[in-house]
Design a protein around this ligand. Structure first.
Ligand SMILES: [Zn+2]
Length: 285
């Protein structure tokens, strides 16, 4: 089928009390491996790219690959811009054919975040493309930027309500204690904050920085109202693990398809486990 937007996908998840996995894809092998997991589990799936990833090839290359995946697929596939870094980047994604966009104004002041997010959400509405925003801080290293430290990581529920009303964003990434990249201390999701924000706003809620968070904590956050869960770091780790293991055993190999196949197998296994935990299995039927 054709690429779909994340709007119905996430509304269905919100109504059905499950979450759709959003997986950062780095190359063709990631796209094919994530799709294989979605097909096997009959899960809707979001594939996404950050500006850092896009730098390696361009929006058009990733659009071409994920569009081809969607056309082969029997499950709904959406292509999302993760951590859109400004108005212009989001417009480029709309024009290229991305079916979902995130504008990340979380580093701005509350008022500047509202102004930036509203400008993108207005354009998205005109284009028929949903727009995710972020309020509060997800810690750690985001894309290829510097690590964020020392600020209160939690999104304020009252601010979330005002933010959604004033911007018209269609989904919201919230700070509930998770962190991007590799955890250096035990991850902890503050479930009371998830519940309080769920009670305050009615758009689907998004969890970032989920690689390395125990499945039980994520499953509880989904029960408490999270509808989209992002995974990036652990897919990179899985792919590299499979690829390197093959090369360690076959140092004379010069056909990249062989180690890549092992990397893809690792990604597919991991994504199936995550989809099962998010309770999205069978939701594409
Ligand atoms: Zn993120």
């Amino acid at each position: 089928m054709a690429l779909v937007t994340t709007e119905k996908m996430l509304k269905d998840a919100q109504a059905g009390h499950y979450a759709v996995g959003a997986f950062n894809v780095e190359n063709l092998e990631f796209v094919m491996a994530v799709l294989a997991a979605a097909e096997e589990t009959k899960s809707p799936v979001i594939m996404q790219t950050t500006p850092g990833t896009i730098k390696t090839a361009g929006l058009d290359y990733f659009y071409g690959m994920v569009k081809a995946a969607a056309e082969r697929a029997s499950v709904p596939v959406a292509l999302h811009l993760d951590h859109g870094d400004g108005y212009d980047r989001c417009m480029q994604a709309f024009r290229t054919g991305y079916t979902s966009v995130m504008i990340d104004g979380s580093h701005e002041s509350f008022e500047d975040n509202i102004a930036l997010t509203k400008s993108v959400a207005d354009a998205g509405r005109a284009m028929g493309v949903p727009v995710e925003a972020e309020l509060g801080k997800v810690g750690g290293k985001e894309d290829d930027g510097p690590a964020v430290e020392g600020e209160s990581p939690y999104t304020d529920p009252a601010e979330a309500k005002e933010f959604v009303e004033r911007t018209g964003c269609t989904s919201l990434a919230i700070g509930v204690g998770t962190s991007h990249g590799v955890y250096t201390s035990d991850p902890h999701i503050e479930q009371s904050v998830v519940k309080a924000i769920r009670d305050a706003v009615d758009v689907p809620l998004v969890l970032h920085g989920t690689s390395g968070v125990p499945d039980e904590q994520v499953a509880e956050a989904v029960k408490n109202g999270i509808c989209k869960v992002n995974y990036a770091t652990e897919l990179r780790q899985a792919y590299t693990k499979g690829f390197m293991a093959y090369m360690a055993e076959n140092p004379a190999c010069f056909d990249p398809k062989k180690p890549a196949k092992e990397g893809m197998r690792e990604i597919t296994e991991l994504v199936k486990i995550r989809m099962t935990n998010l309770n999205s299995v069978g939701k594409a039927e």
